[in-house]
Ligand binder design. Structure first.
Ligand code: BG6
Length: 481
């Protein structure tokens, strides 16, 4: 399948930090379909050679295993092209169309790696130039809106030029191997399905913790916050994957229909339940991995007195027959104890314990990062002289080891899917809008709450109120068990 892949925002951070390294990996592993051209589009004047040099110079900032040798880069660079475009000028789109049409590749993938405020102008101009035919796909990067109204507005302009089937909305968490494994675990195996319900499961915890702070992105982050940055998209997408009913097929819409039903079943927030079931925090100075770090308000481009949350923990329920009454706890934050993303499914305790001291229930831990794997925690007899004592043991699966040579990164996977036209791992507009509809009452409640976020020391698991929230249900976060 021949393709043209066009990056609007071709000199931006996302392009050189994530997209080019991902494409290079696909190229290196022979996964990039032959007959491809990669075109970067940006405002300033450069030649192809200048652009290739620009990308080459940035590779040292990419993790070392993913850097090309000179020889590899020279071969990869042959695919790279550059084009200056003023995004408001129709004749520049006409020129782009001509460049694409002259070769007539099987597909053209237009990746909007720009600030979202440019999406309306780009989509309108692409439509007007006729760069929206059936072989064209448009890829949209987050943030897709700031609230429901702005998300709907983005979807309106995208829909005016493209059919839903042409729109590939990225949530890079869906490209992570662990997330695809979650689908495989649930729908490729019969073992867990009978247990995957309220009768067997006590609660589910989703943790997306980062050790890093906001770095140099203080200005973006301060108008975004953890709820918009991580919960509305990544955490909710994981929740839908955990809670969804088995889809009737592995097709994109069959999957996305089921995910949408979960989002629609989430218990809506009220001002009272926001006060009770949502904890927001902001990091103060502390120590992460042995290194002293500053507080959020001392980060660059963050105004003093900011009420921006860098941590959110919340409790929700999925209101349907399968999950009624089962708490789903979501938690995410910057400058927490470390980079640690996992989903913990806590099963119920045995109905009638006969062994002394065996109250510990089974749990399944789905590890997203830093490792990618599964742990099933069981109780076993120690066989010791004391008789019937049980001890916790776990069955551990390390997918990185098991499938080492075939693992691909999230962006690599999603880029290859966009080129191939596979929509399974992309978010449909109705899912995305429903996710905004659900988080909006929280944003509204916070706006009118003068107290602001609760402080937590960098390097901890967030404000103590987060533990108190789950303790009300008689639960503890995984690291406290
Ligand atoms: C991005 C957020 O979507 O995800 C960042 O904007 C966050 O703030 C990042 O750091 C986390 O992604 P990952 O893949 O490193 O867990």
């Amino acid at each position: 399948m021949s393709f043209d892949l066009v990056f609007f925002g071709g000199t931006g951070d996302l392009t050189w930090r994530k997209l080019m390294p991902a494409l290079f990996q696909a190229f290196r592993h022979g996964k990039l379909p032959p007959g491809g051209r990669i075109l970067a589009v940006a405002r300033d004047e450069r030649s192809d050679a200048d652009y290739r040099q620009f990308i080459r110079e940035r590779f040292p900032e990419v993790e070392s295993a993913k850097r090309p040798s000179d020889d590899e880069f020279a071969r990869f660079a042959e695919l790279l092209h550059y084009r200056r475009m003023d995004l408001s000028r129709p004749e520049h789109y006409a020129g782009l169309k001509q460049w694409i049409d002259e070769r007539g590749a099987d597909t053209a993938v237009l990746y909007l790696a720009t600030s979202p405020y440019l999406f309306p102008v780009i989509c309108a101009q692409l439509g007007a130039a006729g760069l929206n035919g059936p072989t064209v796909r448009v890829v949209l990067e987050k943030p897709l809106g700031h609230d429901l109204a702005s998300a709907q507005e983005i979807n309106r302009v995208v829909r005016a030029a493209f059919a839903e089937q042409q729109a590939f909305r990225i949530d890079h968490y869906l490209g992570k191997p662990a997330v695809q494994n979650l689908m495989a675990l649930r729908f490729g195996n019969a073992l867990f399905e009978p247990l995957w319900r309220r009768e067997s499961i006590a609660n589910i915890q989703i943790t997306l913790a980062e050790g890093l702070g906001v770095g140099t992105r203080g200005d973006y982050y301060n108008t975004t916050g953890a709820l918009r940055d991580m919960v509305q998209n990544h955490a909710l997408q994981l929740l839908t994957m955990i809670a969804m009913e088995p889809p009737s097929t592995n097709d994109a819409d069959a999957i996305r229909d089921e995910k949408l039903k979960v989002l629609r079943s989430l218990k809506p927030f009220t001002p009272d339940s926001v006060a009770r079931d949502v904890v927001r925090g902001q990091y103060k100075a502390g120590t992460v991995a042995g290194e002293a770090v500053r507080g959020y308000q001392d980060e660059v481009k963050v105004p003093a007195g900011s009420h921006c949350e860098t941590f959110v923990a919340l409790r929700t329920e999925v209101q349907n027959w399968r999950w009624a009454g089962v708490p789903f706890y979501l938690r995410t934050g910057k400058r927490l104890a470390g980079r640690h993303a996992q989903i913990v499914v806590n099963f119920r305790e045995v109905p009638h314990p006969i062994f002394p001291g065996s109250a510990r229930a089974n749990k399944l831990v789905i590890k997203l990062q830093p490792e990618d794997g599964l742990e099933l925690h069981l109780l076993a007899a120690k066989g010791s002289a004391q008789g019937e004592l049980l001890a916790p043991v776990s069955l551990d699966l390390d997918f990185d080891k098991a499938f080492a040579s075939e693992r691909v990164g999230a962006y690599e996977r999603l880029l290859m899917d966009a080129i191939a036209g596979r929509l399974n791992l992309f978010v449909r507009s109705d899912e995305q809008e429903q996710a905004w509809r659900w988080v909006e009452p929280v944003l509204k409640a916070w706006e009118s709450d003068p107290n602001g976020p609760r402080p937590y020391a960098a390097g901890t698991w967030g404000p103590p109120a987060s533990s108190a929230m789950v303790a009300r249900d008689g639960c503890t976060w995984d690291e406290e068990q």
